[in-house]
Write a protein that binds this ligand. Structure first.
Ligand code: DC
Length: 219
């Protein structure tokens, strides 16, 4: 019989938010701290996009993108080109196609369901669509300027030869595309905790997230 007072044996955490808000770093840290599996769902959309680019296909081609998502080549998840700005931009385009999202949905849900102690998934629609029953939902934000600066520094800053303004422009375009699409747009779930990291470094962001998760675990 189920004891209503017993602690849950699995912990599922959904982390959403715009590009370069620090979701990935935070999600990895949370997964490590609580002993959970981690899935970067943006990498799945990036892998579909990279396969399209490598084969000279147009990311706006819904049929070709869906085909690619159904037969996802998971070796692409290890490809360094996955992290390039052009791949991120193409990922945001393929992610608009409902057929692509549908093809990747089961994989994400199965990942969470099969994780022995639970999982942390980060993306744009985890709390709203992929795992609406998640135990804890976080929506991570930061100002566009701060997010663009972090992304630009990751690329190598001045030494990268990429102007900061170009990165900022891409961040703004990506935000608009991800938030305005009709299927599973990026938005906080009604029961998500908002965490603004504009003024927080990764340690402070992690401590803030930990307080939210621990409060839920002890409730
Ligand atoms: O988090 P990221 O930058 O790696 O994501 C790349 C793109 O993939 C992002 O611009 C939108 C899309 N994406 C999505 O639509 N849904 C998700 N759950 C994760 C990513």
């Amino acid at each position: 019989m189920n004891d209503p007072n017993s602690k849950k044996d699995k912990l599922v955490i959904a982390i959403d938010g715009p590009a370069a808000a620090g979701k990935g770093t935070l999600a990895r840290r949370i997964a490590q701290h609580y002993g959970l599996r981690f899935l970067d769902t943006g990498a799945l959309y990036r892998a579909v996009a990279l396969a399209m680019l490598q084969q000279g296909l147009d990311p706006d081609d819904a049929e070709a993108a869906a085909q690619m998502a159904r037969n996802l080549d998971i070796t692409l998840l290890e490809d360094p080109a996955l992290r390039e700005l052009t791949t991120g931009e193409a990922a945001s385009k393929v992610a608009r196609h409902p057929s692509v999202r549908a093809a990747l949905l089961d994989f994400q849900r199965c990942f969470a369901a099969n994780a022995p102690t639970g999982a942390v998934l980060d993306g744009r629609d985890i709390g709203t669509v992929v795992l609406p029953e998640a135990d804890v939902k976080l929506f991570i934000t930061a100002s566009a300027e701060v997010r663009a600066r972090r992304r630009w520094l990751e690329l190598g800053g001045e030494a990268s030869g990429v102007p900061f303004e170009e990165v900022l422009q891409q961040v703004l375009e990506r935000d608009a595309r991800d938030a305005e699409r009709s299927t599973a747009p990026m938005k906080p779930a009604a029961d998500a905790h908002l965490l603004d990291t504009t003024e927080l470094d990764i340690d402070a962001a992690f401590q803030a997230a930990r307080r939210i998760i621990d409060a839920r675990l002890n409730s």
